[in-house]
Design a protein around this ligand. Structure first.
Ligand code: ADP
Ligand code: MG
Length: 246
């Protein structure tokens, strides 16, 4: 579903991602771990077409981006990749002047040009899926952080993405609200969604991941099953990372 080949990303002259070869199969849950500044967010942004590789290629569901392409080809492929990826950020960024339902159906109306009645029906089903059917008409300011993040997940699902990317989706939440968001993510995983998740929730990582990818300094340092990563990390850097978590 996802394949990067020798993916590198530099900002000015600083290489933030170096020669990343990552593959994610359909239905797989890959959890990206690593210290702050290791390049996790930049990698997700390359996967969903928000950043252009400096070298190497990114491929999502058969659509490729590589430096050799013409600008026009790239633009068209970027657009298609963005359409096929749902991204959920630490900050939910809901439209404050739209209701929960309004937020979820915005892309259906604007991008898919779906008829209002059909969009509303789809939106209600999506809110149901994240356990918020009763919050349909609530504005974000009246929702808890956990509820807002679940609306953000429903909004990302609206475009029927091939892959869902999560960048620290629970890091801005009060501890008691983390569980409800992780539950929705577990549910998605169970339904077979392909997911790449950056998180600091180690218990979730251990339970939900099919594979852990550990990054440090812009490279993939090690990857493997959660059992192996958490019980017998293969590298000194991974051991240090796990020890610092306490
Ligand atoms: P992580 O998500 O693992 O904390 P990031 O991908 O956010 O790491 O950042 C990796 C490195 O890239 C950091 O040193 C960060 O300062 C740098 N970086 C990220 N985005 C930019 C940017 N737009 N311009 C310059 N440097 C950036
Ligand atoms: Mg980050």
């Amino acid at each position: 579903m996802i394949r990067t080949n020798g993916l590198s990303k530099a900002f000015q002259s600083v290489e933030v991602l170096k020669n990343i070869d990552l593959q994610v199969a359909a239905n797989e849950i890959v959890i990206l771990l690593g210290p702050s500044g290791s390049g996790k967010s930049t990698l997700l942004r390359c996967l969903n077409g928000l950043e252009e590789p400096s070298a190497g290629s990114v491929e999502l569901n058969g659509i490729r981006i590589e430096p050799a392409m013409t600008k026009k080809q790239k633009l068209s492929n970027f657009r298609e990749i963005r359409r096929q990826t749902g991204m959920v950020f630490q900050q939910f960024n809901l439209y404050p002047h739209k209701t929960a339902l309004g937020n979820v159906i915005e892309s259906l109306l604007v991008v898919k040009k779906m008829a209002k009645a059909e969009a509303v029906k789809t939106g209600e089903q999506l809110l149901e899926r994240v356990g918020l059917a009763d919050k349909r008409d609530a504005y974000p300011s009246r929702l808890s952080g956990g509820q807002q993040q679940r609306v953000a997940i429903a909004r990302a699902l609206a475009m029927k993405p091939a892959v869902m990317l999560f960048d620290e989706p629970t890091s801005a939440l009060d501890p008691e609200l983390v569980g409800e968001v992780l539950d929705v993510m577990r549910q998605l995983a169970k339904e077979g969604m392909t997911m790449v998740v950056v998180t600091h929730e180690m218990k979730f990582a251990r339970q939900a991941a099919n594979r852990i990818v550990f990054m440090d300094g812009g490279v993939i340092v090690e990857e493997g099953s959660p059992e192996r990563f958490f019980t017998e990390p293969q590298t000194e850097r991974a051991r240090k990372f796990l020890n610092q978590l306490g």
